[in-house]
Design a protein around this ligand. Structure first.
Ligand SMILES: Cc1cc2nc3c(=O)[nH]c(=O)nc-3n(C[C@H](O)[C@H](O)[C@H](O)COP(=O)(O)OP(=O)(O)OC[C@H]3O[C@@H](n4cnc5c(N)ncnc54)[C@H](O)[C@@H]3O)c2cc1C
Length: 492
């Protein structure tokens, strides 16, 4: 494990696209600590398949068309200011990725091959095969490794944070590969950036990685930040449905973009009953249609079928999806594969302004844990990697300005001691996940919402009595419960 200093100018909680891109845009004079809960490659960014949307050197496209598609997907509830920033600054950040060596696919003419996804009226999705996120993360990690002012500390969990007169004290638990080596550290900083990603693990079934328990949202809430629209959750319509794995492998929207059909339990196409855009309707519309079709047919069996397209092209375009499905016994090029909606993305989060500032002085948030308002009620495919980049860069630029007025002193806050050795009772996290899955899925269970909320409140009180051992299980349960509470509270 890397050696930590007692203080840093900036602590960034999160080493996904948002956290790393912020680190890359901070001035080299600032000492920066970037935290990853597990290995840096375990995050939602690494899972992104489809790509990153943006208008860059595209004669038949323009930022107004991109903004309009985003508004249609978001039901016209998007924040106009942050949306304009998102679409108009996309080109510079995509170009920056290319300069960092990120290898987007090109066509035979040597131009970038842009793909189409649901809700986009133009082919504007830059991608690297079907592993765009992993390729972007590779590029960002390689670039960050060149920065002498940035330290990345893996297996380091931000457990609590307190405000001080000069910034924040941040408590860290390190060495989470095994309980015996767990150690506690406190670092002080002038600025704290939350870039902790999504909340998928609050659900039974999600496409999100294991780190997505909403820790940054919980800690920002404890610090007094406003949490907004946490109940705006996107359910992806086509997760691979093997009926038993909690982390569901996503079959990218781009597969429908390249011509795949959705079929019901009778192997019939059914989207024509629900939307004129058929399989290319935005993902909330498709998820909704699947649930309604499931109620109509009485079956939860749904299929994604691209077997009518050229097998070699499908394999070349979706090598990762093809390989993963082969491991599960399905040949995408020859047969339909079982799919069903599951939790995928959070539109709400820690409320920030257009420079990623929260209402707490010197606390910033960017990426999936932040609420910039760009997506409105529903995110348009491939806009989230873009949001992570644009607003983490703006956070870094704002900090660069603010930092010039800050003195060298670092105050320290004392954390209340937790001495308990008893682990948190077994089953709390399972119950929390079940409550959300059953009551706040694609079509909310309005009748049971209050009972669900009251049970989550009881679980929060049980966790909050602080009589439990301070380990990852305890911290994640606390984060999951806080997120579940805030989601359900918005629905009452
Ligand atoms: C399967 C899948 C496919 C997707 N496909 C696309 C796509 O094609 N296009 C698109 O635009 N978006 C896509 N998305 C969404 C997009 O990937 C994410 O919204 C985006 O990558 C989030 O980036 P982030 O940096 O905010 O979070 P992440 O990449 O999830 O990073 C979070 C970081 O925070 C750290 N962390 C969390 N808690 C703590 C803690 N307590 N202490 C220390 N560190 C902590 C983690 O270790 C991690 O390093 C997809 C998402 C998934 C799950």
């Amino acid at each position: 494990m890397v050696q930590l200093e007692q203080n840093y100018d900036v602590v960034i909680a999160g080493a996904g696209a948002a956290g790393l891109y912020a680190a890359l845009h901070l001035p080299p004079t600032l000492r920066v600590l970037v935290l990853a809960k597990r290995e840096a490659t375990l995050c939602n960014s690494a899972l992104a398949q489809g790509g990153i949307a943006g208008v860059w050197n595209s004669p038949d496209d323009n930022i107004e068309l991109h903004a309009n598609d985003t508004r249609i997907a978001g039901a016209f509830t998007n924040n106009p200011k942050t949306l304009h920033i998102l679409v108009s600054e996309a080109a510079r950040d995509i170009e920056q990725l290319v300069e960092y060596g990120v290898d987007f696919d090109k066509n035979a003419d040597g131009d970038f091959d842009r793909t189409l996804e649901g809700g986009h009226c133009r082919r504007r999705i830059f991608h690297y095969r079907d592993s765009t996120g992993a390729e972007i993360l590779r590029g960002l990690l390689a670039q960050t490794a060149n920065l002498p002012n940035v330290t990345i500390s893996e297996y380091t969990v931000m457990s609590r944070a307190l405000k001080t007169e000069t910034g924040f004290s941040v408590e860290l638990l390190r060495g989470l590969t095994s309980d015996e080596t767990l150690s506690r550290d406190v670092v002080d900083c002038h600025f704290l950036i939350m870039a902790t990603g999504g909340i998928g693990r609050v659900y039974e079934y999600t496409t999100n990685s294991a780190i997505a328990t909403g820790d940054g949202i919980r800690i920002a809430y404890e610090l007094g930040a406003r949490i907004k629209n946490l109940s705006l959750i996107q359910f992806h319509p086509t997760a691979f449905n093997n009926r038993h794995t909690r982390e569901c492998f996503l079959i990218s929207e781009a597969v429908r973009g390249e011509g795949a059909y959705l079929r019901n339990c009778n192997m019939e196409r059914f989207m024509q009953r629900y939307d004129d855009r058929l399989e290319l309707a935005p993902r909330d519309v498709v998820s909704h249609a699947i649930i309604l079709e499931s109620q109509r047919t009485g079956s939860r069996d749904f299929w994604l079928d691209i077997s009518h397209e050229d097998p070699e092209e499908v394999k070349a375009r979706f090598p990762k999806i093809y390989g993963k499905l082969m491991e599960q016994g399905y040949d995408l090029t020859k047969e339909p594969v079982p799919v069903y909606p599951c939790q995928h993305y959070l539109m709400g989060g820690i409320d920030v302004n257009s420079n990623a500032q929260t209402r707490v002085d010197r606390l910033y948030a960017c990426g999936e844990c932040a609420h910039t308002g760009v997506h409105g009620n529903n995110r348009l495919a491939s806009n989230s990697l873009l949001e992570a980049l644009v607003f983490s860069r703006r956070a870094a630029q704002e900090i660069a300005k603010e930092a010039s007025d800050i003195g060298p002193r670092f105050a320290r806050a004392e954390f209340p001691e937790i001495t308990a050795t008893e682990p948190i009772p077994h089953g709390i996290r399972t119950e929390l996940r079940k409550i959300l899955q059953e009551n706040y899925f694609v079509i909310p269970n309005t009748e049971n919402m209050r009972a669900a909320y009251e049970r989550v409140t009881e679980l929060i009180q049980l966790i909050a009595c602080e009589d439990w051992k301070m380990d990852l299980d305890y911290l994640e349960a606390k984060s999951q419960a806080t997120c579940a509470y805030l989601i359900l509270e918005e629905q009452l």
